[in-house]
Design a binder for this molecule. Sequence first.
Ligand code: SF4
Length: 392
Amino acid sequence: VARVSARRADLDPSLERIRGGAPAANPNVRRLAGFASVHECPTAAVAFAARVDTNRALKGTPYQMPFGQSPFAIGRGYAFEKLLRQHGHAELRAVLREGTGFDFSTAAVHNLRDGFPLSTPGRTMRAQVTRDQLRQVVTHPDELAIVDGAILPREIGGVRVDFEADELAIGIEGAVLVGENKSWPVVDGRPADPDALGSALDQSATYVLLAREIVADEGLDPSLVSGDALLITPRNTGLSPVLHRQNVESRVSRIERLLEGVPQVGDITRSVPVDVTFERVADMNLEADARIDAFADLTDQVGRRYEAGSCLTSCGFAWACRACEFADAAPSLAGERAARAVPSIDRLDRVAQLGAGAPPTAGEAPVAQELARAGRLVDEVFVAPPRRRRSA
Ligand code: SF4
C-alpha cells in the first residue's frame, strides 16, 4: 500500500484558511488522475490546491458520495503486506526470484519503514537513502538490493509531496524496477477488478517517472529505471504472492503530462476572494441544509463547471453540484453538448422560453434564432394531431 504525504511546512497558510477544517487529502495518483478530468472547474481546482478531501467534506449530509475500501479489503491489504515482510522479507525475496529469475535470497533489504521518525525529517532521511540506493545501480550494477518503503519526493503545483513506493528492486539486468503490492486477487491470470489494475499500473508509472527524475538529477541516465513495473498480488483467493511484470511506458508519458498540468497553488489562492473557505461546508455541527447552502455560495463565488460525465466519476462534490445545478435549472443538466450550444444562457427555463419564440436580449441573440427554429420543429413532431371522430 503506497502512501503520500505533503510537507506541512510547505503548505501556504492561506490554503489552510481555505480548507477551514475540512478533512484533508493528499494528492495521490488516483486523486491526480481524477483532478485531471475536472481541472477546468474552479471549485475543484481550489479544493485540490487546499487539499480538501472532496469525498469527506460533506460527510453527514445526503450529498456525500460513497467512497473508500471495505474493512475486509483493508484487513486483507495489511495481512498481505505483513506476509511479504515477515521473516526477513522471505516471501518478497521468493516472489522476486520466481518472477524475475534473479536470486534475491541474499539481496540487501533496506527497510525504510522501520527506524525512521514519521515526521518530515524522517521522510527526508528516507528520501536520501532512496536516492543513494538509486545511484547504486550504476556503481554496483550486479548487486541486487530491495528498498522497502522508498520515498520519492516531487513538487506538485508548487507543493513538495513525498510519494512512498512499496519497493524498488535494484540490480535486475542492471536496472531499477518499481514494485507495487496489491492485495486483490488475480484469478487464473486475470485481476478480479480491472479498474484496480489500471490504477495500480498508474501508481507504478508515477513511481517510475519520479525515480527517473531523481536519477537524472544525479546526472545519470534515467533509462536506468525500467519502464517495466512489478505488481505483486495474491494468487487466486489465498494470500500466496505472485509477480506480474508489465510495461507502463505509455502511462509514464501520460502521468508526466498530468503532473505538468496541475495548476500552481499560489496562482489559485491569489485568484479567489479572501473569504472563500470550506469551513461551513464541512462543519458537522450545522444542519445539512446550511452546509449545502454554504457549498452553493462557495461555488457561486468561485465558479463551477458541472459536466455530469466527468464530475460523477472524478469529484466527490458531484452530488452536491448536481443539486446546485437543479436549483439553478442549469443547461448543463441537459448534457455537455447542449450546454455548449447555449453558452450565453444560464437557465433551462430561459432556453424553453426562447424556444417558444420569446424575444431575445442582445446577449441571447446569437442562439435565439436556432432555439426558435428547434422549438417549432419540436412542436411539429411532438404536438399530437387532433383526434379523428369515430363514426357512429
Ligand atoms: S463536481 Fe462540482 S466541484 Fe467537482 S468538478 Fe464538477 S462542478 Fe466542479
